[in-house]
Design a protein around this ligand. Sequence first.
Ligand code: SAM
Length: 273
Amino acid sequence: MTARPTVGSLVLEAAGRLEAAGVSFGHGTTNAFDEAAWLVMRALGRAPGDVAPIAGEPVEPAGAKAARALVARRIRTRKPAAYLLNEAWLGADRFYVDERVIVPRSFIAEMARDRFEPWVADPARVASALDLCTGSGCLAILLAHAYPEADVDAVDLSSDALAVAQRNVADYGLAGRINLIRSDLCANLVEKGYDLIISNPPYVTDRSMEALPAEYRHEPAMALSGAPWGARQARQRSNGVTVVGASAESSLSCQAWLRASASSAQPLRSQRV
Ligand SMILES: C[S@@+](CC[C@H](N)C(=O)[O-])C[C@H]1O[C@@H](n2cnc3c(N)ncnc32)[C@H](O)[C@@H]1O
């Protein structure tokens, strides 16, 4: 009789297969072991996390079969695990994702958790915030958590992305505080001041798009290379995020932010990160 595999042996086996197949990481994990652990734990119906405490647990044949099949699917389709599992994690926060949105991975999440300090001098005064290019709504949700008194506008041009964002906003019980708005950048926004504006716009150049691994081709092209505007410049200048604000005196409209972002000569009013 063959010995049953353990959770640990399945993870190691999966990591070896992922590595040998040359899959690309970067959609929630950065290496074969972590990706294998995520897939195997989920296939076994467990929360993703540290494998070590349960590494020695034997796995029933049905569980092992499900785990191996999931890993095989990951290799065959080259779909990011996040799409296969319909979940993405930013720290301890889980978001529903599917191929209508880019897999959340922005370092802006960390900054939101730190309430953008020290760039935002007084978090208590943030009463309104804008997340431009919201995708799954993940950053808007983190903004709402960071500033419990703030109303958040979350904008995307893609109706598909907004449908995913709506699901996440509802899951987090934030429908009363996050307004999802379909708009080409600021076009459909009334001109009003925000205490804080963040944006993780499309940022991949056409040439870089061609060189991306297969995993990235499962993501909406407009999420990676859509930016027809100054946001790409802003992103390049600001290393990915522009933080504006935050005080009642220095609030900025989306339109004014865009104008400032589009002009590389003109520094933004706030500190940039
Ligand atoms: C890099 S993704 C960021 C998604 C999310 N904020 C995140 O960090 O995971 C960029 C998003 O911008 C949206 N987008 C592209 N062009 C746009 C435009 N002209 N106006 C508004 N949103 C746009 C895409 O649909 C995509 O959801």
